[in-house]
Design a protein around this ligand. Structure first.
Ligand code: ADP
Ligand code: TRP
Length: 323
């Protein structure tokens, strides 16, 4: 069975855009192979968030994944920092990584171009990512385009290592998601935390209705035919809807649906789809002990993979026991 690995950055409260761009594809991995999904808290530390904030975000992302349908029986869900072997491998791999390779990485160059002083954690971020991937012998790593270079770096480092010590590391195949459709926010721009235009996935019904009512539309009157493709309401609906449902909605636009009715209809639709995950979310919020338990069991499984490989790697490079 193919091992599929994905790392999720704990980046705050989930909105509908994050859900479609990142969460849903990640959860679907549990049906296509042996999925290992981890919360990248070491990576998150590179931007030095406040301690309580970081801990809360890790808990939030675990709750989000479970509320949205991740099944811990099917997928192995764990916290990156629960596997200490990962940092040990990072060190070994960093000895195989030319400094120039890191200097060419966009993630680091972009920060420097913005005038930020990059710390060494950020500079060597791709080596930690290579370690995440290689330590679980991952076969497939689905990532967005922005992470493509990190996969190339991973393969480069693995090749250097294998050339020196024999074929020990499994060469991972990237699976690049080319077109992820962008979900617009209530102002019609890309939905993003930084634009303050989001519809969070887990808000109360009341708040959801309020946000949907705020979505920007044009000034066409009821009865006038409307263009669905330039309409934010329609695009948000389409993100959830089946092809038939979208087609039926197109028909209503052609028939001149009024904006008030379109908004009510979107609200009803979203609310029906979000009710169940919201209930799971609220229940999980009350039970951090359960979340800790899931992560602990996941870490045990992940570590059972990482530890024997690490033993072998130590021996290969000439570290570790004499007998
Ligand atoms: P934000 O823009 O709200 O800060 P992030 O940059 O933290 O979101 O994105 C986290 C993940 O969610 C990324 O994988 C990104 O591709 C996805 N994502 C964010 N916003 C959207 C959106 N509006 N539509 C689709 N995917 C999105
Ligand atoms: N860097 C990835 C991101 O920002 C998260 C990540 C860390 C990851 N380690 C990984 C993704 C290993 C895939 C495999 O989204």
């Amino acid at each position: 069975m193919m091992r599929i690995l994905s790392g999720v950055q704990p980046s705050g409260k989930l909105h509908i855009g994050n859900y479609f761009g990142m969460m849903k594809p990640c959860i679907e991995l549990q049906n296509s192979g042996e999925a290992f999904i981890f919360i990248a808290d070491y990576h998150a530390l590179t931007s030095l968030p406040k301690p309580n904030e970081l801990r809360q975000r890790v808990l939030d992302v675990a709750i989000d994944l479970l509320a949205c349908g991740l099944d811990p029986e099917k997928a192995t869900l764990f916290r990156q920092t629960d596997i200490p072997e990962v940092t040990e491998l990072t060190w070994i791999l960093s000895c195989f990584t030319p400094k120039g390779l890191m200097e060419r990485c966009h993630s680091y160059k972009d920060k420097v171009a913005k005038g930020l002083e990059a710390n060494l954690g950020l500079f060597t971020y791709p080596v930690l990512m290579a370690s995440d991937i290689l330590i679980y012998r991952s076969n497939i790593v689905p990532v967005g385009k922005d992470q493509k270079q990190h996969l190339e770096v991973t393969r480069d480092i693995a090749t250097r290592f294998n050339n020196a010590y024999g074929d020990i590391l499994v060469m991972p195949e990237p699976q690049i998601k080319e077109e992820v459709s962008v979900v617009p926010g209530i102002d019609g721009e890309k939905m993003s935390k930084s634009y303050d235009n989001t519809i969070p996935l887990f808000v109360s019904e009341k708040k959801l209705l309020k946000l949907v009512r705020k979505i920007k539309t044009n000034s066409l009157e009821p009865g006038e035919p409307k263009d669905p493709d330039s309409c934010t309401l329609f695009q948000i609906h389409s993100a959830f809807a089946s092809a038939e449902e979208s087609q039926a909605m197109r028909q209503r636009y052609a028939e001149g649906i009024g904006w008030g009715e379109a908004k009510d209809s979107l609200f009803e639709y979203l609310n029906a789809h979000l009710r169940e995950p919201r209930e799971r979310y609220l229940a999980l919020m009350e039970d951090p002990g359960y979340i800790e338990d899931v992560l602990k069991k996941g870490a045990e499984r992940a570590r059972a993979e990482a530890a024997p490989l690490m033993d072998r790697l130590r021996q290969s490079v000439g570290l570790g026991r004499f007998a």
